[in-house]
Design a protein around this ligand. Structure first.
Ligand SMILES: C[S@@+](CC[C@H](N)C(=O)[O-])C[C@H]1O[C@@H](n2cnc3c(N)ncnc32)[C@H](O)[C@@H]1O
Ligand code: SF4
Length: 308
């Protein structure tokens, strides 16, 4: 419920700050109890629970929203992750964490990847208690059939659709399709505004920025590494498109070479990143689409938030 409220009022930085502070507080209590400090012996566990994990099943997209938080609309070529690498990475996370409450298989647009069923099965194999949500723009909702449908049903996965203008008139049809197929689903209200958040000068105060960050604790996994949020992985698409050289590689944590336990890792992921200086207050603008192949369709100034 808190998450829904925070999403609804995401532009209200006070509510977001309070929500994030409460979540930090309860998460710390929960970790303490799992470590054994406050729990009865029977409830002690040696591994912590991670709140949220995000993973890109496709880097590119077929909706290409201007200002996409993950820069997927700047990705020109088709780009899918390696399933073999994912198997190793998710298995490793299973060694580090007892559970991940919510795992988002997303992108880009996940329904573009024909291997999506395998990604769902691998995720469920390692995390039997996790909520698995596939985040989609819904354009390819009819693909939820056959092998993919079986994977959703077998693994108790849900589809979460962000409802953009081109799909608003299809909302009922989409909902009927998911209901008829017996798939758990959630379709958002129409999304008419999008936020810009980049401060290309890198002059923000990381401590201030994280207090109202909508991606706070969106722990992101890619290619053997995790980070506090998706930005350090996806900044390469911004750099390529706008000819910048912002490096955030120091934020990437190699999960196969960890020298700390899961509790310490969680603490580290909760800290502001040095790279948070490239984020700033959200500036909300009307939602629209861009052409990833058209160089002239967007400039770096348009892309960045004017708010400080
Ligand atoms: C990056 S998208 C990926 C999944 C899928 N393609 C989708 O749009 O749902 C994940 C979520 O981030 C939200 N999002 C992305 N960029 C945003 C922006 N600039 N402002 C507000 N929300 C944004 C989307 O609306 C979506 O709910
Ligand atoms: S649908 Fe929009 S928000 Fe989702 S990944 Fe594609 S461009 Fe980004």
């Amino acid at each position: 419920m808190f998450e829904r409220l925070a999403k609804k009022y995401v532009s209200n930085s006070f509510i977001v700050s309070v929500y994030l502070a409460l979540r930090r507080f309860f998460s710390a209590i929960h970790d303490m109890s799992r470590k054994g400090g406050m729990a009865k012996k029977a409830h002690r566990a040696k591994k912590p629970v991670l709140y949220l994990l995000e993973f890109h099943v496709a880097e590119h997209c077929n909706m290409n929203c201007n200002h996409c938080f993950h820069f997927s609309s700047l990705v020109k070529e088709k780009s899918f992750p390696s399933l073999e690498q994912f198997k190793k990475d998710i298995a490793r996370l299973g060694e580090i964490f007892d559970n991940i409450r919510t795992i988002r298989l997303m992108g880009g647009e996940p329904l573009l990847n024909d291997e999506l069923p395998q990604f769902i099965y691998e995720t469920r194999k390692v995390f039997p208690k996790a909520k698995i949500n596939v985040l989609s723009n819904g354009l390819l909702y009819k693909k939820l059939d056959g092998e993919l449908l079986t994977a959703f049903i077998t693994c108790n996965a849900s589809i979460h659709v962000s409802l953009y203008k081109p799909m608003i008139h299809k909302k009922d049809e989409m909902a009927r399709h998911f209901t008829d197929k017996g798939v758990k689903h959630w379709i958002s209200n129409p999304i008419l505004r999008f936020a810009k958040y980049i401060n290309v000068e890198g002059t923000s105060d990381p401590k201030k920025v994280v207090r109202q960050c909508p991606a706070s604790r969106c722990t992101f996994l890619s290619n053997g590494h995790i980070a506090r949020c998706p930005l350090p992985f996806n900044i390469k698409y911004f750099n390529k498109r706008f000819n910048h050289a912002i490096s955030m590689d120091n934020e990437l944590i190699d999960i196969h070479k960890l020298e700390i336990d899961g509790f310490a890792l969680k603490k580290r992921l909760a800290q502001p990143m040095e790279s948070c200086r490239y984020c700033t207050k959200l500036e909300w603008v009307d939602w629209n689409q861009i052409q990833p192949t058209s160089e002239r369709s967007i400039s770096v100034t348009d892309f960045c938030s004017g708010k400080r």
